[in-house]
Design a protein around this ligand. Structure first.
Ligand code: IPM
Ligand code: MN
Length: 335
């Protein structure tokens, strides 16, 4: 990686700009000027102004950057309006969405301590956006699963399982979706066994149940696009809040980092959004860029902040976005 990586920053809509501002301050704290940031627009406000949710030259800038830091965008329901994040995942071929979830020192709905990561296929499945009306009142959505798509995302799950000395759980519904989930499952097993790693499998409904009952039983979960979307919100719930859930969208050439949460228009502008998901996403970005020590320092600062009880209302606290960000920054200054 070159000395001064370039990062395209897309704050987006709603709470996106507030949490991304916090993440950028944290990045500045650990790296100083050693990062070139280029801010770009995307989302609902851009749609209102220009009739597009993301511009071509922004996609080009993302392609040229070393990484992208993304806040959250509100997608209009207009059939013409494509979700900027789904578009970026496809355009940059970000085929794996890595979504870690672990128990932090914060109130959680279940007591168990856990540390798992969901690896979600990110460019196929029901997200190919291929829907049609067969005849009046009857509609179809296509679910694309390719052997190659499953194989390459399985490799990412294997890399993580290797790092963590763990096991891959393949999550599917091959008892009903015999062809698509069957292809996913077989390609995954082949890739995992070729790497000499351990695996097991779980139907997606059973996985949801088990995640709530025994989250500590899981290590790396590998699954298709929509299942991963749903299970990662569930896993965020287990952490106590979506405000703690970061993610990395990665491919062979590019990477984009974003909190799992959306633009939350209901709390936008109130100064109470939890900035930690964005800050932890920035830490995942530093890992990717080769700044592992700085990434660990951010995670420690987040942990200390939560342990001190400096928490936003989503975690039952009274702190503002600003207070949580300041607490993380001061922990980082302490070293
Ligand atoms: C996510 C989000 C997106 C998705 C939306 C905004 C299109 O929910 O990143 O999980 O469904 O992938
Ligand atoms: Mn989601």
């Amino acid at each position: 990686m070159n000395a001064s990586p370039t990062v395209v920053v897309i704050p987006g809509d709603g709470i996106g700009p507030e949490v991304i501002d916090a993440a950028v301050r944290v990045l500045r704290e650990v790296l100083g000027g050693e990062l070139e940031l280029e801010e770009r627009r995307a989302g609902y406000r851009l749609w209102k102004e220009k009739g597009v949710t993301i511009e071509e030259d922004t996609i080009e800038a993302c392609r040229e950057a070393d990484a992208v830091l993304f806040g959250a965008c509100t997608t209009p329901e207009d059939p013409e309006a494509e979700s900027p994040i789904v578009r970026l995942r496809r355009e940059l071929d970000l085929y794996a969405n890595v979504r870690p979830a672990r128990s932090w020192p914060a109130p959680r709905p279940v007591e168990a301590e856990f540390d798992l990561v969901i690896v979600r296929e990110n460019t196929e499945g029901l997200y190919v956006g291929c829907e049609c009306e067969v005849h009046d009142g009857v509609t179809l959505a296509l679910r694309k699963i390719s052997r190659e798509g499953a194989r390459r995302v399985a490799e990412v799950a294997c890399d993580l399982a290797e790092e963590r000395d763990g096991r891959v759980t393949i999550v599917h519904k091959a008892n009903v979706l015999k062809l698509t989930c069957g292809t996913f499952k077989r390609a995954a097993i082949e890739a995992i066994e070729a790497r000499g790693l351990e695996w097991d499998e779980e139907y997606v409904d059973a996985a949801a149940y088990r995640l709530v009952r025994e989250p500590d039983r899981f290590d790396v979960l590998l699954t298709s696009n929509l299942f991963g979307d749903i299970l990662s919100d569930l896993a965020a719930g287990l952490m106590g809040s979506l405000g703690l859930a970061p993610s990395a969208n990665v491919g062979d050439e590019h990477a984009l980092f974003e909190p799992v949460h959306g633009s939350a228009p209901d709390i936008a502008g109130k100064g109470i959004a939890n900035p930690l998901a964005a800050i932890l996403s920035a830490a995942m970005m530093l890992d990717w860029l080769g700044y592992e020590e700085e990434a660990r320092a951010i995670e420690r600062a987040v942990e200390a902040t939560l342990r001190d009880g400096v928490r936003t209302p989503d975690l039952g606290g009274r702190a503002s976005t600003e207070e949580v960000t300041e607490a993380v920054l001061s922990r980082l200054r302490e070293g």
